[in-house]
Design a binder for this molecule. Structure first.
Ligand SMILES: [Zn+2]
Ligand SMILES: [Zn+2]
Length: 176
């Protein structure tokens, strides 16, 4: 976990209020659980994460019990452009925080209650945008023209998801 700065904290608190309001309206949390979630510390992930967009961390007490430590969001989610997806990620993490620790069917049916389906489906788009921002190489498909932004060379070991052709490396000259 990385400690959020004051501005990140303000944004996280704003997201938290919206998410808790929705969870309460959906009947997922009552007053007490809402209060308990309100007290969960919020943090940010390391900014180099690409596939992980949020995390709920627990610490093991000497007694062997688990105690909720922090809920982290990706720092690049803390902007207007990604607010709808950030709300969904925080909702997902709060379900874990409520004790639904596995992505099982109970978890998935609660997760499916989130009212903003469009925001909830932006995970791949966010992964791609983070990969693009960090890319040093494009893995290029010469057959269909698809490009996969990556930090490392593929060295011929990877294949196009669309047409299964071996990908070739192309250096990214200038990043943003
Ligand atoms: Zn999860
Ligand atoms: Zn292809």
């Amino acid at each position: 976990m990385v400690k959020p700065n004051a501005e990140q904290m303000r944004t996280l608190a704003g997201f938290r209020d919206i998410v808790l309001q929705n969870m309460h309206a959906l009947g997922i949390v009552g007053i007490e659980q809402r209060q308990a979630l309100l007290e969960v510390p919020l943090g940010v992930l390391r900014s180099n994460a690409t596939q992980r967009h949020g995390a709920t961390r627990w610490r093991r007490l000497p007694s062997g019990d688990l105690e909720l430590e922090v809920v982290d969001l990706h720092p690049n989610l803390l902007v207007n452009e990604w607010a709808d997806y950030a709300h969904f990620v925080l909702f997902h993490e709060y379900l874990h925080a409520l004790g639904y620790r596995q992505h099982n069917s109970a978890f998935r049916s609660l997760e499916a209650l989130w009212p903003d389906g469009k925001g909830a489906r932006r995970g791949r788009e966010f992964t791609r945008s983070r990969r693009l921002a960090r890319a040093r190489w494009m893995w290029l498909c010469r057959k269909c023209g698809e490009r996969y932004p990556r930090q490392k060379k593929g060295a011929g070991r990877y294949f196009c998801k669309t047409c299964n052709t071996a990908l070739v490396d192309e250096a990214v000259q200038d990043i943003q």
